[in-house]
Design a protein around this ligand. Sequence first.
Ligand code: SAM
Length: 295
Amino acid sequence: MSHSLYTGLGSVPEMDDVQFSRWQSLLEERTGMCLPTQRRSFLQTSLGLRMQEVGCDSYQEYYDRVLNGPAGAIEWSTLVDRLTVQETRFFRDPDAFAFVEQHMRQLARTLPATSTLEAWSVGCSSGEEAYSLAMMAEQVLGEAGRRYAITGTDISTIVLRKARAGRYLARSLQWLPDFCRDSSMLSLENGHIQISDMLRKHCCFSQVNILNLDTCPLEEQHIIYCQNVLIYFRRWRRREILNALAQRLAPGGVLIIGLGEMVDWQHPLLEPVRSSRVSAFVRKTENSTGETARR
Ligand SMILES: C[S@@+](CC[C@H](N)C(=O)[O-])C[C@H]1O[C@@H](n2cnc3c(N)ncnc32)[C@H](O)[C@@H]1O
């Protein structure tokens, strides 16, 4: 007997095992995200609703459509946005941001005056993490007239559009430390907060799939912040991505991941930070390894 699930728009068809595994594989192959069997009804509802919007009757028909040429690629980008977890907030991990502040203060002392501090939010979603880094950098470096540049990357073009706009519901204010509630950083308008142009000019958002980091031009980063992205991936993939990110750090730069996101990973170029509150790694300098720093 075939079942269907009732949604606001009507009912979506029941997804059989073959279709579930087909979609599960496509999602993992293209995004790295591993969808467990318990999330089958989520997949069914998300696909089913989209199928209603575009007028597809079966999962197979929709699958073929998504794989078909440039139109399929456009449809895929809508789907990615629906299927990925995009939850985020400003200063989501206060301990990690306290560590970032400490590291930025050190960089303010040690970086040559003409250098730009570069920080990268990997899997930035709608931009709150990147703007948190920018606010921190502005506080630590801005007054001294030092330069900083923040890059936010994500697979979803739709969240990146939100990130570039820098407009959030006013309730996001609850996550912002006092130093950020300054008119130079944001304004409150019509139930929203708007990130200031000054801060937005320091931030750049672009689409990068972390499965394809070899095509991403970012390197010599002083801070790479990658939290709540790898948790959806298999361990071997997490390891590969972290290895690739390690190569993108400047000597002395730090890689910060979520606590417990990768407990047994190490890299010859990196020194783990001893802390029970943050999971971070510092790229060794020429002095500590004898390696020739890539400059
Ligand atoms: C849960 S959010 C995390 C946002 C932010 N880093 C935080 O911790 O608040 C995960 C983000 O990772 C992105 N993502 C998932 N797979 C990705 C991939 N293969 N490449 C780049 N970004 C990806 C999703 O689009 C989503 O915006």
